[in-house]
Design a protein around this ligand. Structure first.
Ligand code: SF4
Ligand code: SF4
Length: 97
């Protein structure tokens, strides 16, 4: 599923990347892939800003503003006319996304 075009805050610094592949393993939306033995961002618009890649990257090659710009929540709010909510949390959870 794609979100808003060019809205994701994901930033990938190729020079810091050691191609350890951890981001490929943890990303739930297949934002990364291995091409010619190098990790690449294949489609930034697939990013849901969950923060898992940046949290797991030990080399500082990834940053993302997780939980502050849930594009799905914005879209849902536009469709329903209500407050932005992606419904990914329940009453026992404080954080969205
Ligand atoms: S986790 Fe970081 S260092 Fe490892 S492949 Fe991904 S961006 Fe590169
Ligand atoms: S923030 Fe989440 S969805 Fe976006 S690239 Fe990182 S792991 Fe994938």
């Amino acid at each position: 599923m794609k979100y808003l075009k060019n809205a994701a805050s994901l930033n990938f610094i190729q020079e810091k990347c050691t191609n350890c592949l951890l981001c490929i393993d943890v990303c739930p939306h297949a934002v990364f892939s291995l091409q010619n033995k190098k990790v690449r961002v294949v489609d930034k618009d697939l990013c849901m800003e969950c923060g898992a890649c940046a949290l797991n990257c030990k080399y500082g090659a990834l940053t993302v503003n997780s939980g502050v710009g849930c594009a799905l929540g914005v879209i849902n709010g536009m469709i329903t006319g209500g407050a932005p909510s992606c419904d990914c949390s329940d009453s026992s959870s404080v954080d969205c996304c």
